[in-house]
Write a protein that binds this ligand. Structure first.
Ligand SMILES: [Zn+2]
Length: 323
């Protein structure tokens, strides 16, 4: 499956490499719903490949590429992908230790820190030291949902590559192609531009159009509670709530509607408004944390009453919106 919205980022990375300007410290937006893990994997394989110089793709045949495909390249290290709520200093120290030894395959080493917004301050400071004095032939990729959430000192050491999301037209074309049914480019697709992979799943289940967005529900529309009975439906509702919260945080910080994923939805939700007190940032972050914990429970536990869990979160979100 091709993910055409990732192409611009890939080209920017390759352009920098061609001009010998690709930094040893990279920041890339991490959003699994956009398929950004695909980008991270492609870049890591390319960096490790023994024949990638001057090429836009890893060769797929050298020893490094074969090790990569066997999913066990000894010079590739990825941390941050677990349900822990933070990445602590010990994880960074372990990573530093692994990076300090010479490359097993005599080439490049790659470290990926996924969900880097979970770095504790101590961990971020430890990472900063490595970024300031990087081991030889090593690339460190800091992948975060929110680039702005990283410490300014860390950001100053990284070359930033945003990941663009598809526009409505591109999303409709892509859904039509991979969903094998015609999808029209209408405004209702806008909420899915940040989560095309979920949209494709929903299209397959026939629930793409029927599910009201959380923004709409806060604005008075009836929630499709039945869809929360499945794990997938509950995860989709969580995605939706997190998107809305991230938009709220972004709007409160920037007051710039063009930076939002769903500006109309946010205004409809009542979470922001010119005449209202802003919701406390700490309350929004607490809520995001709860979304994160529920996501972890959904992954780990079976037999959870997912409908009830989402309903409870929604009730809290309503209280925030109606403050
Ligand atoms: Zn190769």
């Amino acid at each position: 499956m091709k993910l055409p919205w990732l192409r611009a980022t890939w080209q920017a990375l390759m352009q920098a490499a061609q001009n010998q300007r690709l930094s040893h410290g990279l920041a890339i937006i991490w959003n699994p719903q956009l398929g950004s893990d695909r980008l991270l994997d492609q870049l890591s394989q390319w960096l490790l490949c023994q024949h990638s110089e001057g090429q836009m793709k890893a060769c797929g045949q050298c020893k490094s590429c074969l090790l990569w495909h066997a999913q066990g390249h000894p010079d590739y290290h990825r941390i941050g992908d677990n349900d822990d709520s933070s990445i602590g200093v010990d994880a960074i120290r372990q990573l530093q230790q692994r990076l300090s030894t010479s490359a097993n395959q005599g080439g490049h080493k790659v470290a990926v820190i996924a969900e880097a917004e979970k770095l504790t301050v101590a961990a971020a400071n430890a990472l900063l030291k490595t970024l300031e004095e990087p081991p030889a032939a090593t690339t460190i990729i800091v992948a975060s949902r929110r680039y702005q959430a990283l410490l300014p000192t860390i950001r100053s050491r990284l070359q930033y590559y945003p990941v663009t999301r598809p526009g409505i037209t591109q999303l409709a074309q892509w859904l039509t192609q991979y969903g094998e049914q015609p999808v029209n480019a209408t405004e209702t697709l806008r909420v899915w531009c940040d989560a095309p992979l979920t949209a494709l799943e929903r299209l397959g289940q026939g629930t793409l159009q029927s599910a009201n967005s959380m923004a709409g529900v806060l604005g008075g529309e009836t929630p499709d509670t039945k869809s929360w009975a499945s794990k997938e439906g509950a995860l989709g509702a969580l995605d939706d709530m997190e998107r809305l919260l991230r938009d709220t945080l972004c709007y409160q910080q920037t007051h710039n509607e063009s930076l939002l994923i769903d500006a109309d939805g946010l205004m409809q939700s009542g979470l922001v408004g010119d005449t209202r007190e802003p919701v406390a940032t700490s309350a929004l972050n607490d809520f995001l944390q709860q979304c994160h914990q529920l996501r972890a429970r959904l992954r780990q536990q079976s037999g959870l009453n997912t409908q009830l869990a989402i309903q409870q979160l929604l009730n809290q979100l309503r209280q925030l919106a109606q403050r």
